[in-house]
Design a protein around this ligand. Structure first.
Ligand code: MTE
Length: 320
């Protein structure tokens, strides 16, 4: 892991307890020489090889998108070696080691639910009408670390308009690929698979909400959610679902993976809020990956001017 300074937080402090225990169990079994784990375990021996370097296409002449930040960017190494992608394991370095197993070409996305136009579309057709741009966003993880990432993508709002949601469409639900053969973490019962996330329609239509296809000017590395992922910068990172295969317009609030797994810990809204702590740790401060000292966490991750109006009149302690 190429983090400049040692991470002084104990994994047990920052990782969901159940996930932490499952990881210890896996490591313990591996240490005992029982690494041939299948269902209920994580890694197959064949996966132990490190990922080969992958040639990723460049997106030339990207224009800068709105809402940029002039903060120092995290390095490509940091962004691509310290990840959460539980489909590939529970350790931060697991996605970089194992996500090369995922086949991302060809890829299709199914558009479903309350919309005039629905169906399954090749990724190329999904992307064709959109002009890609670079957007530098802060990503604040619920585990109290953050990064600054130069994404490549386009506004989710522009995609949504093309499919003409009906007046019944009040929410948008997103689903990750389900393929336990290529995503061995899905053989573990620690979460319900496939990973599902959701947004209220006005959040999905907000100009900050991004569908990302790359970072640092090139196609998305698999560990960051290739070929298509969501980025919602004012919400905790778990809302930013990776490797999306389904977008569904719904009348009712979607059942989302983390909310289902621990409703008292992970709310549907998941707006970054230093005044509402996680039951087991503070959300008041965060560690920017690469920094030694912690910094204060900002309300809505620093995007309050743009998004606070979406929640006016709501009790954000209740709707956390
Ligand atoms: N999407 C899927 N499908 N599976 C995951 O485990 N983890 C989430 C989110 N999207 C996750 C996911 C969490 S907890 C975070 S913090 C971000 O991805 C991390 O994104 P990054 O690895 O690109 O920094």
């Amino acid at each position: 892991m190429l983090i400049k300074k040692p991470n002084r937080i104990l994994p047990s402090e920052i990782t969901d307890e159940a996930v932490y225990k499952e990881r210890r169990r896996f490591l313990g079994m591996a240490a005992l020489g029982t690494a041939t784990l299948t269902a209920g375990g994580l890694m197959l021996p064949a996966l132990n090889a490190l990922a080969k370097p992958v040639e990723r296409k460049s997106f030339p002449d990207l224009k800068k998108g709105p809402f940029g930040t002039d903060e120092e960017l995290n390095s490509f190494e940091e962004i691509t070696t310290y990840n959460n992608f539980y489909e590939f394991g529970f350790g931060k370095s697991d996605p970089a080691r194992y996500a090369h197993m995922l086949t991302t070409h060809p890829w299709s996305v199914s558009i479903e639910g309350e919309a005039e136009i629905t169906g399954r579309f090749n990724l190329e057709d999904i992307l064709k009408p959109h002009t890609l741009e670079e957007r530098i966003y802060r990503l604040r993880c619920v585990e109290a670390w953050s990064m600054v990432i130069p994404w490549v993508g386009f506004s989710l709002a522009d995609l949504i308009k093309r499919f003409k949601p009906t007046s019944k469409a009040k929410f948008v639900e997103f689903t990750t690929l389900y393929n336990p053969e290529e995503m061995p973490g899905q053989k573990s019962g620690i979460l319900e698979w496939p990973y599902v996330e959701g947004l209220r329609m006005d959040e999905a239509m907000h100009p900050l909400t991004l569908l990302a296809v790359g970072l640092y000017g090139k196609e998305m590395p698999n560990q960051n959610g290739a070929p298509l992922r969501l980025v919602v910068p004012w919400k905790y990172g778990f809302k930013s679902i990776k490797s999306v295969v389904k977008i569904r317009f719904t009348e009712t609030q979607p059942q989302t993976t983390w909310n289902l797994s621990a409703p008292g810990e992970y709310g549907f809204y998941a707006n970054v809020n230093p005044n509402v702590d996680h039951p087991r740790w503070s959300q008041g401060r965060e560690r920017r990956i690469g920094d030694f000292l912690k910094r204060n966490t900002e309300t809505f991750n620093g995007y309050a001017d743009e998004v606070a109006h979406l929640y006016s009149g709501m009790d954000l302690k209740k709707h956390f």
